[in-house]
Design a protein around this ligand. Sequence first.
Ligand SMILES: N[C@@H](CCC(=O)N[C@@H](CS)C(=O)NCC(=O)O)C(=O)O
Length: 214
Amino acid sequence: MADLILTTYDWVPELPRGSVRDLRIRWALEEAGLPYRVESTSFNERTPEHFAHQPFGQVPWLTDGDLSMFESGAILLYLGQQSEALMPSDPRGRSEVMEWLFAALNSVEMASLPWSIFMFAGDTTETPGRKRLDQFLKARLRHMEAVLAGREWLARTFSVADIAMADVLRLVDRFDGLAAYPACREYVARATARPSFVKAHADQMAHFAAADPA
Ligand SMILES: N[C@@H](CCC(=O)N[C@@H](CS)C(=O)NCC(=O)O)C(=O)O
């Protein structure tokens, strides 16, 4: 039996399927060829056991024997330390991956997530706050466009930083927010064409579909 156990919800509504963050972890596990299995926790009832693993009642979390870890970025770093396919072991290579992993979550997703919450809700009302949010995201995308125009992956080779960044940008692309940023779009297409992503995505879709009422 695999020691690595990834926990996600047993079911989610249609809208977030394909974007639930267990996908980042599935993607990394597939990329590294690490054996793992997936377990479910109830979406409708957040139990005390759920909060013991994830204090916000969210998913994903990963257990490795008696170690339990939440936050997709932390889990990606943990897995990165276990496979050169996810993060190089030399100090320079490792620091490049770490800085871009944090940039994905703390500089880009920080702007893209509030934006996508409005998009998920279908709210395009031009309020002053919304305008500021659009500008905030555009500024981040403009800089990412310049970076990605000059390189294939964020660090020397494909890494957990790309898993995080491509997943963050993928959600923006879902709402056509990358239309003016061709290098970002090509990067997302390049990353999501990897067999590891294709399998991770299909597995997540199948996992939630299996729990749909017949
Ligand atoms: N920062 C956390 C965010 C986790 C998160 O937002 N999980 C979502 C699914 S993608 C969730 O559980 N949403 C349900 C909720 O917040 O109640 C991470 O990256 O792991």
